[in-house]
Design a binder for this molecule. Structure first.
Ligand code: ATP
Ligand code: MG
Ligand code: MG
Ligand code: MG
Length: 428
């Protein structure tokens, strides 16, 4: 992509309405546009990042055997009356009336609809287990939408649902998701700690939130420091060990009962980026979603649900990856892998060389943003630093003299001089 043609409405000044760094940077880099309170349009740069995150989430969901579906955002109130949540959900639910005066709503989550699908089509123990997920927009009329996409009203969520014959089966599904979540966040270069969360009226231990540690997080978490190394580990996930280590949200943490010695207990603020939850037969009972067992008996489905805040992750990633100059994208979610900077635009030789390099990147399938604008080098450096492209390739007078380009690593700040071919090899 040529920057001269790219829609990148960056801002010079810090927007005054943004309280935290990720919100400021998302507005300054033109990733999002506020349409109304807590509702955003995603502009080209933001959309690329959102899609990258979504794709990592999708791949790790697929790996568990979960199957992607797509459910409607607008749903019938009837269905939600069956579970009792139409009345219980309260003001966070956006309610809509259609032209026939039928009550509808914008789905804040989708247990009801997926259970309706299951009760009509999952009839025998032989149809189990199953997992289905979607990556779909949700709406919650948050009382205080804030921090940009971190607490929006409309937001993109991955929600997966598991169906099993019994508790043991449901536990297997739950553990698969736990493992998938660790892999998902680790691929994004995030440290997300699974902490025990409130499992509400159902009770039991099987509810964990994934918290990305950041000083601006809204939750307070207490956890065994041994968890740090496990969630950072890129290899196989030791689910048993993971589930045996102590980690709890403020509300569930009891210093009297905490088994972790004080010097091993860490306290930190966290951003909730995911939540996994076993809720037994809560919805299948309400919906009469049952299968026939081996001996002809009727068995209610054991279900779980598993959410990831896909759009919230964009903010969380920036909270975890920035410096004074701007964003520092991890390569796995970067909107472009390399930024190509023409430092002498208008100079025939430099333009030709840059065009050549640009096309080589395109041919190799390396995502490149080419700054071909008629701007000073300083402005170009600052802009690339701000939008956080992991690698910068700088082509200028020295390149024409020595044949070497400058390659800057955004994260370390290190600048190397090397031939274009070596740079290309290192990026592949
Ligand atoms: P929170 O405690 O932040 O209000 P939640 O517990 O209500 O979140 P869940 O119902 O567990 O949210 O939804 C699954 C995931 O969706 C959350 O872990 C979070 O990452 C994301 N999410 C929830 N609400 C929002 C929101 N208003 N804006 C963006 N993402 C959200
Ligand atoms: Mg909430
Ligand atoms: Mg929560
Ligand atoms: Mg939650």
């Amino acid at each position: 992509m040529r920057l001269s043609y790219y829609f990148l409405p960056t801002l010079k000044e810090n927007p005054s309405e943004a309280q935290i760094i990720s919100h400021r940077l998302m507005l300054r880099t033109g990733m999002i546009f506020q349409a109304s309170a807590g509702i955003y349009a995603w502009l080209p740069l933001g959309t690329r990042v959102l899609r990258k995150i979504e794709q990592i989430v999708r791949e790790e969901q697929d790996r568990t055997g979960a199957q992607e579906i797509l459910m409607p955002t607008i749903q019938s109130a009837e269905l939600w009356r069956e579970s009792g949540r139409y009345d219980a959900y309260g003001l966070e639910m956006l309610r809509i009336t259609d032209r026939h005066d039928r009550e509808m709503l914008y789905s804040p989550t989708a247990e009801e609809l997926v259970t309706d699908i299951a009760r009509k089509h999952i009839k025998s123990y032989r149809d189990l287990p199953r997992m289905m997920y979607q990556i779909q927009w949700k709406f919650r009329d948050e009382i205080r939408p804030r921090f940009g996409v971190m607490r929006g009203r409309e937001f993109l969520m991955k929600d997966c649902y598991s169906f099993d014959l019994n508790y043991e089966g449901a536990l297997v599904s739950y553990r698969k998701m736990l493992e998938a979540y660790i892999k998902t966040f680790s691929r994004m270069g995030l440290t997300a700690i699974p902490v025990k969360a409130d499992s509400g009226a159902i009770g039991g231990d099987l509810s964990q939130e994934f918290q990305v540690l950041a000083s601006t997080g809204e939750s307070l978490v207490f956890y065994d420091q041994a968890l740090d190394s496990i969630v950072k580990n890129k290899g196989e996930v030791d689910v048993n060990r993971l589930m045996s280590l102590y980690a709890a949200e403020e509300g569930l943490h009891d210093p009297q009962k905490c088994p972790v010695p004080e010097d091993q207990l860490k306290t930190a603020r966290g951003i909730e980026v995911g939540h996994i939850f076993y809720f037994a037969t809560k919805y299948s009972d309400a919906f009469n979603a049952c299968v026939t067992g081996k001996d002809g008996e009727t068995i209610p489905l054991h279900m779980g649900s598993y959410g990831i805040g896909v759009s919230r992750l964009v903010g969380a990633l920036i909270e975890a990856n920035h410096d004074e100059a701007g964003i520092i994208w991890p390569e796995s979610v970067a909107p472009f892998i390399v930024g190509l900077l023409n430092l002498k635009p208008g100079d025939n030789k430099c333009d030709t060389l840059c065009e050549e390099i640009y096309h080589k990147f395109l041919n190799q399938g390396i995502e490149v943003l080419y700054d071909d604008r008629n701007e000073r080098p300083g402005a170009k450096f600052a802009n690339m630093d701000l939008i956080g492209i992991p690698w910068q390739i700088r082509v200028g007078t020295r390149t024409m003299e020595t044949g070497q380009i400058e390659m800057k690593c955004r994260r370390s700040g290190e600048i190397q001089e090397l031939s274009f071919e070596s740079a290309l090899t290192s990026l592949k």
